[in-house]
Design a protein around this ligand. Structure first.
Ligand SMILES: Nc1nc2c(ncn2[C@@H]2O[C@H](COP(=O)(O)OP(=O)(O)OP(=O)(O)O)[C@@H](O)[C@H]2O)c(=O)[nH]1
Length: 675
């Protein structure tokens, strides 16, 4: 249907897998009593759910496959996905129109506080159109690049997407990324130009951008105001007309894919399922392909948008299932459930997300030392949260300075912050995460090391494992292909910023008269912490950014030691690019200087590469007034006392091991705020 403009890079984007790894199947959804904020008042009003009419609606056999539509709403951050979802829920009578509904599918506390979606949410809507009853499964997805794993999983459950674009801002970096995700998955794309009520809205300009960049004829765009509800009915109409029904088989034995799951302390695991084949009912005996364990189904239902038990779920439908799974290791995302004694070939599941950054989790200083039960509580909180957010990878780790902990892999810095906030809000676990590092690689030349690692190319997650230069052929660093969309007036400044971050320009096109799209290959470690902030501040907030995994490139990496009075502090060893070693070393020394308490002797803080010192700071000695009791004028006595004090300090400096308190480590290691 589409040919791509800007083929050189556009197609590359279409062909390349997303940073997070293209997922293979199905849709995530909402849930969980303990993890969610209070449900909005407008849901599940007694009037709606006690009515005979509604109960009849929950007879899911009434929806043949040809009357089902599965679609996602995708867009750049803040272009109005969740607001459009609100209007669709209202128009289909799913939520009460008279209430002031605002982003009702953003149920997590963190989503409401930050005003962003971080978790894809499913809602089943019942819609009557021209005498036919339709079941529309809507998935509202996050817009930020760090949560694109949620988007790619959602898209695999769908046959179409609503691509929402702000009528004032026009196409932005994540609009492009999301379009190509849908394009790769061969989904129908319905472009929806939102916020036409805004004073500065220019829907015609946006239509032209859509035609130019995505090659979608402008007459396919639907212009709406999700806020005011203007023209939203046409979106429902387009969903029915332009998105095909799913291809599934109801007569085959049950094949249900677990596309999301959460843990409820009273009901155990609640698995969100999409049925590819067959039927599932309350009382059925089911088997997990992952664990081979058998369970009895206690409850099945749909999300409307809260849980509504139904008698059965049929192929093509999306809902939830509770089957007495008490452990978080059961019902893993991507698992296939089938009927007992009717084994099926498991569905391919999802490719696991590829972590882009790693950080160590450390407990707040006040919580040290952790006793066994506290440690177990934190472990269980991490397990439960990672059940709901399967894109986080967890390694057990222990650090000399900070004790037992975990090294976690995230898809980006915002993802890491949101995970931290959710741990605190949903599980009452107060932790601090260290500044993130990226996974470097080394190609080994030493046969001894190759034998030890059983492979030639190793990934260095922990800087302590960094092999010496004499033992490697080359070091590699992860790179990403970044897309920046900006008003033309900021292009020069942005190019300078990118060059300072060692980025290489790959492409530049005008998407309209005054908007430019730039493509750069960035070393990942150059954008991970503060690139987005710098970009936003130098473009007065107008430039947008998105990136995708682009593999690895050769890099001149060095291991940088931090020394205190000549002794290496193992916990602060970092791997850095040679050209950035000085500035990073200086920053760490300065941070350490501010956090180390003064001692009786002077402390030299140095950053070193091998034997070469590249940065230095000094913490002056705490000076005791040895002359305090020395009244009167005997100058020789005073000199003697001062000399003795100086000698004592010299001696202390030589033998004095600098004790670094835990909170000083934490101050140096912990993440700088990202947003
Ligand atoms: N004027 C106007 N504002 C709108 C419209 N639609 C959404 N908004 C506002 O735009 C802001 C973002 O809307 P959301 O629906 O949260 O956007 P989103 O795309 O879901 O955001 P993320 O989930 O964070 O990616 C909110 O302040 C909405 O009130 C519209 O049609 N007109």
């Amino acid at each position: 249907m589409w040919t791509l403009v800007g083929r050189g890079w556009g197609c590359a984007r279409a062909l390349a897998p997303r940073a997070t790894g293209a997922a293979l199947l199905v849709a995530p959804g909402p849930r969980s009593a303990p993890t969610l904020g209070a449900a909005p008042e407008s849901w599940a009003t007694d009037r709606l759910y006690s009515s005979a009419e509604f109960k009849e609606k929950l007879d899911m056999s009434r929806f043949p496959v040809e009357n089902i539509r599965n679609f996602s709403i995708v867009a750049h951050v803040d272009h109005g996905k969740s607001t459009l979802a609100d209007r669709l829920l209202e128009l289909t009578g799913t939520i009460d129109k008279t209430k002031n509904n605002k982003q009702v599918l953003d149920k997590l506390q963190v989503e409401r506080e930050r005003g962003i979606t971080v978790k894809a949410q499913t809602a089943s809507l019942f819609y009557n159109c021209e005498g036919k009853q339709y079941l529309l499964n809507l998935i509202d997805t996050p817009g930020h690049v760090d949560f694109s794993y949620e988007v790619s999983r959602s898209l695999s459950a769908c046959q179409g997407v609503l691509l929402v674009v702000d009528a004032n801002e026009g196409i932005q970096a994540q609009t492009v990324a999301n379009f190509f995700l849908a394009f790769e998955a061969q989904l129908s794309v319905i472009p929806v130009i939102n916020k036409i009520d805004l004073k500065n809205a220019d829907p015609e300009r946006v239509e032209n951008q859509i035609e130019k960049v995505f090659d979608i004829p402008s007459d396919e765009c639907i212009k709406i105001s999700a806020k005011l509800g203007t023209n939203v009915e046409s979106v429902l109409q387009a969903i029915i007309e332009r998105i095909p029904p799913p291809k599934v088989h109801r007569k085959n034995p049950l094949r249900a894919l677990v596309f999301d799951s959460t843990f409820d302390q009273y009901r155990g695991v609640i698995a969100n399922v999409a049925l590819f084949d067959g039927v599932v009912s309350k009382g059925d005996k089911i088997v997990s392909a992952h664990t081979q364990k058998t369970y009895e189904v206690n409850e099945v239902g749909v999300l409307n948008p809260n849980e509504q038990p139904t008698h059965k779920l049929y192929a093509g439908q999306v809902g939830y299932l509770i089957a007495g799974m008490k452990d978080v290791t059961e019902a893993q995302i991507g698992d296939t459930l089938c009927l007992h004694k009717q084994p099926v070939e498991p569905l391919p599941g999802f490719k696991s997300a590829k972590p882009m950054v790693f950080a160590e989790i450390i407990v707040s200083p006040g919580m040290y030392p952790l006793d066994q039960s506290e440690y177990n509580n934190l472990k269980s909180a991490i397990e439960k949260l990672t059940l709901n957010d399967s894109s986080v990878t967890v390694h057990r780790d222990s650090s000399l300075a900070l004790g037992a902990g975990w090294r976690l892999g995230f898809l980006g810095l915002l993802h890491m912050e949101v995970f931290n906030q959710r741990l605190e809000q949903e599980y009452n676990a107060s932790v601090i995460l260290t500044t993130p590092t990226v996974p470097y690689k080394a190609v080994l030349s030493s046969s001894k090391l190759i034998k030890e690692h059983r492979e030639k190319e190793i990934t260095i997650i922990n800087p302590a494992q960094f092999p010496d230069k004499s033992k490697v052929t080359e070091y590699l660093e992860p790179v990403v292909l970044g897309t920046i969309i900006t008003p033309d007036e900021y292009t020069g400044k942005i190019m300078m910023l990118c060059e300072a971050r060692r980025a290489v320009q790959k492409n530049m096109i005008f998407i309209d008269q005054n908007r430019v799209m730039l493509k750069y290959l960035f070393p990942l470690n150059e954008i991970v912490v503060d690139f987005y902030d710098s970009l936003k501040s130098l473009s007065s907030g107008y430039a947008s950014f998105d990136y995708e995994d682009a593999g690895y490139q050769t890099a001149e990496l060095v291991k940088m030691d931090i020394l205190l009075n000549g002794n290496t502090v193992e916990e602060l060893v970092t791997v850095v690019h040679k050209d950035k070693a000085h500035s990073i070393g200086k920053a760490i020394c300065e941070r350490l200087k501010d956090s180390l308490p003064r001692q009786l002797f002077e402390i030299a803080i140095q950053a070193a590469i091998g034997s070469k010192i590249i940065a230095r700071e000094t913490v002056k000695a705490y000076r005791k007034n040895v002359l305090a009791k020395c009244y009167g004028g005997d100058i020789t006595r005073k000199m003697k006392l001062l000399k003795r004090q100086a000698e004592g300090k010299k001696k202390l400096r030589k033998i004095g091991n600098v004790e670094v308190p835990k909170d000083a480590f934490i101050k140096v290691l912990k993440t700088q705020s990202s947003k």
